[in-house]
Design a protein around this ligand. Structure first.
Ligand code: NAI
Length: 397
């Protein structure tokens, strides 16, 4: 099969297995060049096949020696379908983790479901006993409500007023002006149901009940705060309401973990990076490109891997926590520096559409976009046939 990128609405709909292998390998090599993390022994990552969850898994397994369990929603190859990037990332992670002394397990299916929680808990009971860290890193467009059977969809909308801004159509390599309409209360409720903290809370409750959390266990989830230029679409929009809910739920999860296990629940506000979830958000690719450009000039730009490595090494398990008035870990402090924010906003305002496409930060953003699905690696010849019969023999643990 010849595999070249296919894009619909800024979403890559296919993936290159060999490229994904390289993508995971590069993150492994990067974490191995960083200091070891004195972290958890057994980690459950919910949403560990791509983006921030995958980077967390790689950092903790390859720099921290942790055993990992990953729950993700991914599809294997079938007929003309290549399989999702997350599927190949899971395969690549498992292949490369064979060299480690630790054990790694993947569950592919719906993390929101009761059945998945039961399966994972059963595995922990029989194989690990307990876990000492639960990372909740889901980004989902929909969640099945098991009480009604309805599929509830999240949305990215503003609240109150519409907003108009520029975004990039990646397939057409064109800047477009886009208006995002305000959402309704139902949009808010649905987005909170999908992307808020109720499922995270359900996981922790089920794990507490089954006694599979270790003494002093921690759990963490990732929020985004952002600045003025992303406020209307993100923090003040439907997704922002879901993040407020996630942060509120963290407080009540924390109380339960504290009283039962002397554990803790943490929220980290993470930096804006290119993932399949973030490029989908209107205006975000423009912001991320300009931010990358500014942070590269300021020498504060971090890869997705190094950002998560630093989170665990310095803040979750280290003694250099930066905590804001809401109790959130601010690993995004470089992005949020007032000078960085004002330079980014200035660049967003000053650049013509043509100049935007030529910007170094845009080129890096686009490279990240393609590479997360295994494309745009210089060492891969994308005109070469990919022997899918070989890749289909590779299985998950
Ligand atoms: P991503 O799209 O790269 O990863 C999402 C993960 O969730 C994947 O592993 C996917 O398989 C899994 N998933 C989705 N639905 C599932 C389901 N029903 N069952 C099981 N697994 C499912 O997303 P990304 O960007 O890494 O986001 C992770 C978290 O980090 C989100 O909460 C996001 O809001 C947050 N965050 C992301 C930022 C960014 O710039 N990308 C910035 C700050 C926070």
């Amino acid at each position: 099969m010849i595999i070249k990128p296919k894009i619909r609405s800024n979403v890559l709909t296919n993936a290159h297995p060999k490229g994904c292998e390289l993508f995971v390998k590069q993150q492994i090599e990067e974490t191995q060049s960083l200091p070891n993390i004195k972290g958890p022994k057994n980690v459950l990552i919910i949403g560990g096949s791509s983006g921030y969850g995958l980077a967390s898994r790689i950092a903790l397994a390859f720099s921290g020696g942790a055993n990992t369990i990953n729950v993700s929603y991914e599809a294997p190859p079938k007929g003309k379908r290549t399989g999702t990037a997350g599927w190949w990332n899971n395969i690549a992670f498992n292949q490369q983790a064979k060299a480690l002394a630790s054990t790694h397990k993947d569950f592919v299916g719906d993390a929101f479901s009761k059945a998945m929680k039961e399966d994972v808990i059963q595995y922990i009971k029989t194989e690990l006993g307990t876990v000492d860290l639960v990372i909740y890193s889901l980004a989902a467009g929909a969640r099945k409500d098991e009480t009604t059977g309805d599929l509830v969809k999240s949305s990215i909308k503003t609240l109150g007023q519409p907003t108009t801004g520029r975004t990039i159509d990646i397939a057409k390599q064109r800047i477009e002006t886009l208006t995002v309409e305000p959402g309704s209360q139902t949009d808010v409720d649905h987005t909170v149901f999908v992307m808020g903290g109720s499922d995270w809370s359900d996981w922790i409750d089920a794990m507490l009940k089954a006694d599979v959390l270790a003494k002093q266990a921690k759990t963490i989830s990732y929020t985004y705060v952002g600045g003025e230029s992303t406020k209307t679409i993100y923090r003040d929009g439907t997704i922002g309401k879901a993040k407020e809910d996630l942060e509120q739920q963290a407080k009540s999860i924390h109380e339960r973990l504290q009283s039962e296990l002397e554990g803790e629940a943490l929220i980290s506000s993470s930096k804006a990076v290119v993932t399949k979830a973030s490029v989908f958000i209107p205006q975000m690719p423009i912001y991320v490109s300009c931010l990358y450009d500014v942070m590269m000039k300021e020498k504060t730009h971090e890869s997705i891997l190094s950002h998560k490595h630093r989170l665990f090494n310095h803040m979750v398990y280290g003694d250099a926590r930066l905590v804001d008035s809401e109790g959130r870990l601010r690993i995004d402090h470089e992005e949020m520096k007032s000078q960085t924010q004002s330079n980014t906003v200035q660049l967003m305002e000053d650049l013509s559409d043509d100049d935007f496409l030529k910007l170094h930060g845009t080129k890096i953003m686009l490279k990240d976009f393609y590479q997360m699905n295994g494309f745009d690696f210089d060492s891969i010849d994308y005109d070469q046939d990919v022997d899918m019969s070989y890749y289909e023999t590779l299985t998950l643990n």
